[in-house]
Design a protein around this ligand. Sequence first.
Ligand SMILES: Nc1ncnc2c1ncn2[C@@H]1O[C@H](COP(=O)(O)OP(=O)(O)O)[C@@H](O)[C@H]1O
Ligand SMILES: [Mg+2]
Length: 217
Amino acid sequence: MIHTRKLTRNFVVKKETVEAVKGVDIDVAPGELVAFLGPNGAGKSTTLRMLTTLLKPTSGTATVAGLDVAADPAGVRARIGYIGQGNGGGHSYRVIDEMIMQGRFYGMNAADAKARADELLTSLELTDLAKRTVIKLSGGQRRRMDVALGLMHSPQLLFLDEPSTGMDPQNRANLWEHHAHARRARNHDRPHHALHGRGGFDVGAGDRHRPRHDHRR
Ligand SMILES: Nc1ncnc2c1ncn2[C@@H]1O[C@H](COP(=O)(O)OP(=O)(O)O)[C@@H](O)[C@H]1O
Ligand SMILES: [Mg+2]
């Protein structure tokens, strides 16, 4: 599902080269749930941005969902979902409208987008928030909406960067339940894999909520 070889990204800042990612080899199989851990500045976000085609590698190769990120970035984008470190979504729209709009951006027709939004609102327990304006959501609720946005077009693979940042301990713990829920709710032709940038799950949460390799299909 993900294969990288010597994936490298340098930034030049004031004539100094910052080696943000130095020759990373990753192999992630279909069905795996993988977490990327490391301190601030370790290069997690930079790696995720290369894998999601937002940033070109300085050198090395990466294939994601069967396609080379450099040769076919549009193809990769169609097959993945990406939830960045910041919040997605506008402020002034309702949650349901934001979700439908996201689906439409990915080329879904109005009826399919509506049906998919309803499905995700249910599986992520967001139904009560559907008509609320995005700006009125709490941090944790908003993060959950971000997850829903990332899943609208039924991607084969979902990337999340610090998905639990800003969440209270309860929400943080619940996030894994929501992911498990979303995985259970998927169709058979819709495998759902996830690669997380750090998140805070591993720190202080019970074992039950630790990121783990998960080979269920
Ligand atoms: N656009 C950029 N320009 C210059 N340096 C950057 C840029 N993006 C990231 N970096 C640097 O690359 C390193 C890795 O950053 P990042 O991937 O954001 O780390 P993480 O997500 O693991 O905290 C840091 O030293 C950061 O300052
Ligand atoms: Mg980061």
